[in-house]
Design a binder for this molecule. Sequence first.
Ligand code: OAD
Length: 230
Amino acid sequence: MTNIVILTGAGISAESGLGTFRDADGLWAKHNIEDVATPEGFARNPQLVVDFYNMRRAEAQKAQANAAHIALAELETRHNGAVTLITQNVDDLHEKGGMQNVLHMHGQLNSALCSSCDHRWPVAQDMQVGQICRDCGAPTARPDIVWFGEMPYGMERIETALSRADIFAAIGTSGNVYPAAGFVQMAKAYGAHTIELNLEPSAVVSQFDETRFGKASETVPAWVRDLLQT
Ligand code: OAD
């Protein structure tokens, strides 16, 4: 039985119409990271930040899973062994594609977080600045997104999974943001076979034993077919 650990990034959702961050027309070409993806930016101008995530939530709600998301869900169902899916994505396209267990290390658009008491709750509609926490009643709700300078979710579980991985795959991620970009090195140190599936070589491509370049909607289903046949 092989343990498979998969890390996904914005590239897997690109063909569903959601923008990536660092491609030429990506989100970080149109928005300033410091303004919309840091706790300091939120403290300075909460309206700008809440509007940014409201816009992204509305876009994500309209988007459909593509063949890559669906193939990974099939792998989860049919693989004879553990499949751990870690995503940096804040959309819910893995879930829409049928995946049961998704670890959202950078948070989720359809969740709110209270910065006073850490309570979380689902949000389907636009959030407002100063929204009331459903648990403690403080007006301190914020998007449940891990911003730069904050600790990603699930790191303990992720490290355990990486230490047991036989295969580690990174899909559609540019390898620029840590700690996620360092997972390949960790998995490799524990003896995993490492594979990158991306449109183009990532910043950490040299760490991978195997690479498959192309659109996720093509490379991921083909990789899953190979895995399920062996
Ligand atoms: P990036 O925008 O940095 O990288 C997207 C990667 O996907 C690039 O390497 C593209 O070449 C690749 N790509 C684009 N289209 C593709 C397709 N159709 N098929 C396969 N690959 C494709 O996005 P991430 O690596 O996910 O964090 O970014 C990591 C983090 O940086 C994000 O989670 C976000 C961002 O700042 C936070 O907001 C905390």
